[in-house]
Design a binder for this molecule. Structure first.
Ligand code: FAD
Ligand code: NAI
Length: 469
């Protein structure tokens, strides 16, 4: 066993939670170590999540545009041919460049990077077990758990990463399946379902609830589903999968109405199980510091402090949206608290984006939530059909919806569907972080011609003076 090494902070997990915590700790002059067992930094997000999925979404969107849109705007090219091997290579090259970038950030901020499994071995001690089985012990004032999450399994539907895949398998299919059944109409299912539909698969999405994307504003979700159906995605809502049998002809799924009833069989070349993610704490040694997880496996925290002194937790392994930028927020606030500063995260201001076409983006409260809470609100809405940039780009599907307090005009939530709205939601986050009113945005000059003008026009709508529709 190597000699003990001493740190102010040891972070277990090198994802967006862990690596951002390491950067901030380094910036604040804390002697910091990060332990990652994957052999590469970047976590789920960079390796098998946000980044590879966005690479495939981007490439498949261009493929589809070249197939079906170029001709209508006067660009005549032969029908594009898919080179899936090259598409996967381009994805992997980008991922590798990004993970190397994170490694560089560790060096830049004087963070020591240990490759291996980190196990808490009592208060202030973390054992690192390398791939070769060698162990070393790190002694530290603070431990930050950032071990993230893993796909939730579906009983009766065993993932083999060939015919039945989870998101990781779906990011690396060796060929385009003729038919793909996606179990779960959540963000992963719809993003990766979109990728494979664009590349030629017949996609059917089976969802337990009677709606898609729970958590999304219902009006937006309804419009979003219509857009996906128009693209050729089929939905079976209010349906559960009870069994899967794999064979030479594909996967045979047994479906049943969620409320019970007659069974139905569906076959597919590939099945993607995307019914959510669960926190990952396997082999972490929580018991050595008396920390227990809640019923769903999350580590309970109060301002990132666990029940054990000097042990903190951030990101997907604690409650809150399972998003990379949320993990990053947690990371900064947690490290600032460790450094004696005033770290804080406003979870109401964590935006969500679905990177399909069209994209969906939102921040704050949905109309459903405001109604349920009995909040008096006013709404302003603006369709992209009336936005000049959307019109000249032939991308007019979708709208922006502003929700503001009926008395004070304070913005309570903003919901958008349209191309690249993920890039547009940031200005609303800033507005809301400053407690802004819809009028603040309505009276702020926006560049013309941009889609962002639709955000302004929707804000004007709250006070009834939308000018361009
Ligand atoms: P993770 O990124 O999961 O990192 C945890 C790391 O800890 C892992 O690398 C793991 O190997 C390591 N680890 C675990 N236990 C140990 C141990 N004992 N010792 C050492 N290392 C350990 N979010 C977005 O915001 N935008 C998106 O577009 C987006 N797309 C996604 C697409 C997919 C397909 C998936 C699956 C997820 C996506 N997410 C997205 C979610 C995002 O990836 C997660 O919210 C984010 O990665 C959570 O960060 P984290 O640091 O908490 O955990
Ligand atoms: P999700 O929670 O978004 O959606 C899961 C869906 O599966 C829900 O609609 C749920 O009702 C349904 N479901 C649950 N059990 C089911 C069953 N037995 N049969 C049929 N349907 C069932 O989870 P998903 O899509 O797996 O994504 C996991 C997490 O990853 C998300 O919480 C999200 O935060 C994150 N993510 C974020 C992305 C982004 O920000 N763009 C992209 C991809 C993932």
């Amino acid at each position: 066993m190597a000699e003990d090494q001493n740190f102010d902070v040891v972070i277990i997990g090198g994802g967006p939670g862990g690596y951002n915590a390491a950067v901030r700790a380094g910036q604040l002059g804390l002697k910091t170590a990060i332990v990652e067992m994957r052999g590469v930094l970047g976590g789920t997000c960079l390796n098998v999540g946000c980044m590879p999925s966005k690479a495939l979404l981007h490439a498949s969107e261009l493929f589809e545009a070249a197939s079906s849109e170029f001709a209508s705007i006067g660009i005549e090219v032969p029908a594009p041919k898919l080179n899936l091997v090259q598409m996967m290579k381009a994805k992997q090259d980008s991922v590798t460049a990004l993970t190397k970038g994170v490694e560089f950030l560790m060096k830049k901020n004087k963070v020591t990077y240990f490759v291996g499994r980190g196990t808490i071995a009592g208060q202030g001690r973390v054992t690192v077990t390398g791939n070769d089985g060698a162990t070393q012990t790190l002694v530290t004032k603070n431990i930050v758990i950032a071990t993230g999450s893993e796909p939730t399994p579906l009983p009766g539907v065993d993932v083999d990463q060939k015919q039945i895949v989870d998101s990781t398998g779906a990011l690396s299919l060796p060929s385009v399946p003729k038919s793909l059944v996606v179990v779960g109409a959540g963000i992963i299912g719809l993003e990766l379902g979109s990728v494979w539909r664009r590349l030629g698969a017949q996609v059917t999405v089976v969802e337990f609830l009677d709606r898609i994307t729970p958590g999304m504003d219902t009006e937006v979700a309804t419009a979003f589903q219509k857009a996906l159906v128009k693209q050729g995605v089929s939905f079976k809502l209010g349906t559960k999968v009870t069994k899967a049998a794999t064979g030479a002809k594909g996967v045979e799924l047994t479906l049943e109405p969620a409320a019970g009833g007659a069974q139905e069989k569906v076959t597919a070349d590939v099945v993607l199980v995307a019914i959510g993610r669960r926190p990952f704490t396997k082999g972490l040694g929580l018991e050595t510091v008396g920390v227990t997880t809640d019923q769903r496996g999350f580590i309970p925290t109060n301002h990132f402090k666990t029940a054990a002194p000097g042990v903190w937790a951030i990101g997907d392994v604690i409650t809150g949206p399972m998003l990379a930028h949320k993990a990053e927020e947690d990371a900064v606030a947690c490290i600032e608290l460790i450094a004696g500063k005033a770290g804080h995260v406003d979870y109401n201001l964590v935006p969500s984006v679905v990177y399909t076409f069209p994209e969906v983006a939102w921040v704050g409260q949905t109309e459903d939530q405001l109604k349920a809470a009995g909040v008096q609100y006013k709404a302003g809405k603006f369709p992209f059909t009336a936005n000049s940039r959307a019109k000249i780009n032939h991308e007019t599907e979708g709208f922006v919806k502003f929700l503001a307090d009926a008395k004070t005009d304070k913005v309570l939530g903003v919901h958008m569907m349209g191309p690249q709205v993920g890039e547009m939601v940031g200005e609303v986050c800033v507005l809301m972080a400053f407690g802004g009113a819809s009028e603040d945005l309505a009276r702020t000059c926006h560049p013309h011609p941009t889609r962002s003008e639709a955000v302004r026009q929707a804000a004007m709508g709250v006070e009834g003076w939308t000018m361009q529709a």
